[in-house]
Write a protein that binds this ligand. Structure first.
Ligand SMILES: C[S@@+](CC[C@H](N)C(=O)[O-])C[C@H]1O[C@@H](n2cnc3c(N)ncnc32)[C@H](O)[C@@H]1O
Length: 319
């Protein structure tokens, strides 16, 4: 298989299959031809003072983002998509959702928004002066109205697959798509924290399954998937896993090495990841003893577990 012998190039060339550019994304983009990428997907620095970013005035940050977005759009194919995954910028305790201030940059370049996907996860910082943030967004834009989109590879199981039409010409036939249902625009996918199988030293990795869903629905085999802020290489991993080409830029040398290692492991078939569609771990359901508060009397604790199970049964029964 070609993947096994595949090398990872350092410079973009359309004849390659995987590229990790060790440097700034604008330097890489300047050498990429117009219209070559099927999908651009990234999580840029949020300007919140992580180790790999210099905190800038918001205007300067937006100007920098605009320059990168403009170049990405130039390199995007006419049927291509851009997915920008962002959270909040925090200014002296006040939050500014980054997608709201980036939106005008995309639309001023003629892009059309298709979804604002809510990515919900359960772990993160515990806030004391506001509710803890447990979602971020993926804003999806296309260059034109004729864009690549295939739902079938990303459908999820139906809630009631046995449901049938009860009247009309299709009475008695199954009413749902046997391939599954549209996953919707609220995605519950665990974020990569310490006990996640994909965790590396990078502080803010994408879970591979998040990007797989975008790659599978928005590109075709052999299309280029590009990430200007590649980090630990997740975007390229998801791309090569599904027979696409993957490219990205990363400025921090230790993350360049990490990205290369992960992509090599993926090509060799040894990278461990959380599978797509795996249900989110439920500690009560799994009988995890830590779900019982030690300060609760033993009989009360057993009662609580029973109650929780009962509540769950009722919740599903009444839907
Ligand atoms: C939010 S992280 C992305 C993590 C990535 N999604 C993953 O799965 O690992 C942003 C990354 O962009 C890198 N970065 C910052 N400025 C950059 C630039 N101008 N060009 C390329 N990479 C940059 C940072 O070093 C950091 O690793």
């Amino acid at each position: 298989m070609f993947e096994k012998e595949q090398k990872i190039a350092e410079q973009f060339d359309p004849s390659e299959r995987t590229v990790v550019f060790p440097g700034g994304c604008l330097d890489m983009l300047r050498n990429c031809p117009d219209g070559v990428f099927g999908l651009v997907v990234t999580s840029p620095p949020y300007n919140i003072g992580k180790e790999y970013e210099k905190r800038l005035k918001l205007d300067s940050y937006l100007a920098q983002q605009a320059e990168v977005i403009r170049e990405c759009v130039r390199c995007l194919s006419p049927r291509g998509s851009v997915c920008w995954q962002v959270g909040n910028y925090v200014d002296d305790g006040a939050i500014i959702p980054l997608d709201t201030i980036l939106y005008p940059i995309f639309t001023s370049l003629g892009l059309r928004m298709r979804n604002r996907i809510i990515w919900h996860f359960e772990h993160g910082l515990h806030c004391s002066k506001r509710f803890s943030g447990r979602y971020e967004t993926i804003v999806w834009f296309t260059k034109s109205d004729e864009y690549v989109f295939d739902l079938d590879p990303v459908r999820v199981p139906q809630k009631y697959p046995g449901k049938k039409y009860f009247k009309g010409p299709n009475a008695g036939k199954y009413s749902c798509n046997p391939l599954g249902k549209n996953p919707g625009d609220l995605w519950v996918i665990p974020n990569v924290k310490s006990n996640h199988v994909e965790k590396t030293e990078h502080p803010c990795q994408f879970p591979v399954e998040l990007i797989e869903r975008l790659v599978l629905s928005m590109t075709k085999k052999d299309d280029w998937v590009f990430d200007p802020f590649l980090g630990s290489g997740t975007t390229v991993v998801a791309a090569v896993r599904h027979g696409r080409r993957g490219a990205g830029a990363e400025v921090v040398p230790k993350y360049v090495n990490l990205a290369r290692e992960r992509i090599e492991a993926e090509l060799a078939g040894t990278l461990r990841t959380r599978p797509m569609h795996k249900p989110v771990y439920d500690p009560v359901e799994a009988g995890n003893s830590l779900t019982i508060a030690p300060w609760t009397a033993k009989t009360d604790a057993a009662q609580m577990v029973l109650l929780e199970k009962q509540r769950k049964r009722e919740r599903y029964a009444t839907r």
